[in-house]
Design a protein around this ligand. Structure first.
Ligand code: SF4
Length: 386
């Protein structure tokens, strides 16, 4: 999927997806919900001449409302949900010793890489759907019921930094009762194109807040956008679940940074050690997988992102001209913006998000419950290598 940036066929796909979304927005019988990934808010401003690393979260929400979306949700809410589900999965795999290391599954580029290259290891992948797919599933079940809307009339649009998410959104496995969890995936660049097409003066918009009850995320959700973020978010929650108490230290800086493969041993309050590998870039992932196959490496937990630096440099992000990228370290600036967005949140741990608590109380029961499995988890298929 990463080639779309450069290839003319990709341009055509982009154009078609924008028209599809315009069509649904104009259709009065459709209830159109949009959600945005963490990496979008730290890059979208670049399309409107703002400096690299500018956070435009509030302006982005305001622009989406102006475009006519009925609800504007934050995919960070679902990132928090992913942490609840995946953290619980990690704790139970550590207890049983089965299918370790647990490998993150929120990057479709990495999941597809595994399906093609290491089908023998598919049981290691977390069964969790990626956050925006979880959000779509909650919109068409919990939210639809709460609002009294027929889910068949709901359209879910995801704004993602990622071109691989377009393929992911169409996967058969990511549907329920004949409905896809997510109907359309637009990239950061495509959203910018729509804002421009609508003639919205983006830079001068006044910031607005996301909708609820399934649209506010914690600081742990936002760091999903940078390499190491999912691991850090998971650690914040797994630590507290296993210790049973609130802890002060919530920044696990060892998993941050731009080194290609970051290895750490994290000791849980119960004394259990988690050998963690955080990997970004598929070249690094292949190296590490091969070392594991040779028996030279083993871990309990692995976070893998296909893009170097994580989603902040995804294939759907603004393209920075060569002159600017010589002067500025784009990855570092966007990552810095992600971590300041986290620091700016009053709630910084997924399990403390009050809307997440309410979702479990009112609807899902517990993490990894039967209903949670039905709606929030998936399976993987061996794909031929060509
Ligand atoms: Fe998409 Fe890249 Fe993020 Fe993977 S790392 S989800 S391919 S943007």
């Amino acid at each position: 999927g990463q080639c779309i940036m450069a290839c003319p066929v990709g341009a055509l796909t982009e154009h078609e997806n924008i028209s599809d979304v315009w069509k649904d927005l104009a259709d009065a019988s459709k209830y159109v919900v949009v959600q945005t990934a963490p990496a979008v808010r730290v890059a979208l401003g670049e399309e409107f001449g703002l400096p690299v690393g500018t956070r435009v979260t509030g302006k982005m929400v305001a622009a989406l409302r102006k475009l006519g979306f009925d609800k504007v949700f934050d995919a960070n809410f679902a990132a928090d949900l992913t942490i609840m589900e995946e953290g619980t999965e990690l704790i139970s795999r550590l207890a049983s010793g089965e299918n370790l290391p647990l490998m993150t599954s929120c990057c479709p580029g990495w999941v597809k890489f595994m399906e093609h290259n290491f089908p023998n290891r598919l049981d290691n992948l977390s069964t969790c759907k990626s956050p925006h797919e979880m959000e779509g599933a909650m919109v068409k079940s919990f939210f639809a019921k709460k609002m009294g809307i027929d889910p068949l009339n709901i359209v879910v649009v995801s704004i993602m930094p990622c071109t691989a998410k377009k393929f992911e959104g169409a996967r058969d496995e990511l549907s329920h009762e004949g409905m896809q969890d997510v109907d359309w995936v637009l990239t950061t660049r495509e959203l910018a194109a729509m804002i421009k097409e609508a003639g919205i003066d983006f830079v001068n918009l006044k910031g607005e807040a996301f909708d609820n009850p399934i649209g506010s995320g914690s600081g742990a959700g936002v760091i999903f956008g940078a390499t190491g973020g999912v691991a850090e978010a998971a650690l914040r929650t797994v630590f507290e679940i296993t210790s049973g108490k609130e802890l002060d230290t919530i920044e696990y800086t060892a998993v941050r940074g731009m080194e290609g493969i970051k290895e750490n041993i994290i000791e849980l309050p119960n004394g259990q050690k988690i050998r963690t590998a955080v990997v970004h870039g598929l070249g690094n992932a292949r190296k590490l997988m091969e070392a594991m196959e040779r028996g030279e490496k083993s871990y309990e937990f692995m976070e893998v992102m296909a893009c170097v630096g994580g989603c902040i440099t995804g294939g759907g992000q603004p393209i920075v001209d060569a002159r600017t990228s010589e002067r500025i370290d784009i990855k570092a600036e966007r990552a810095k913006a992600i971590y300041s967005e986290d620091e700016a949140q009053s709630i910084r741990k997924s399990h403390n998000n009050p809307y997440i608590k309410a979702l479990y109380e009112e609807f899902l029961g517990e993490p990894n419950s039967h209903l949670a499995h039905e709606l929030l988890h998936t399976r993987y298929v061996k794909r031929s290598n060509y």
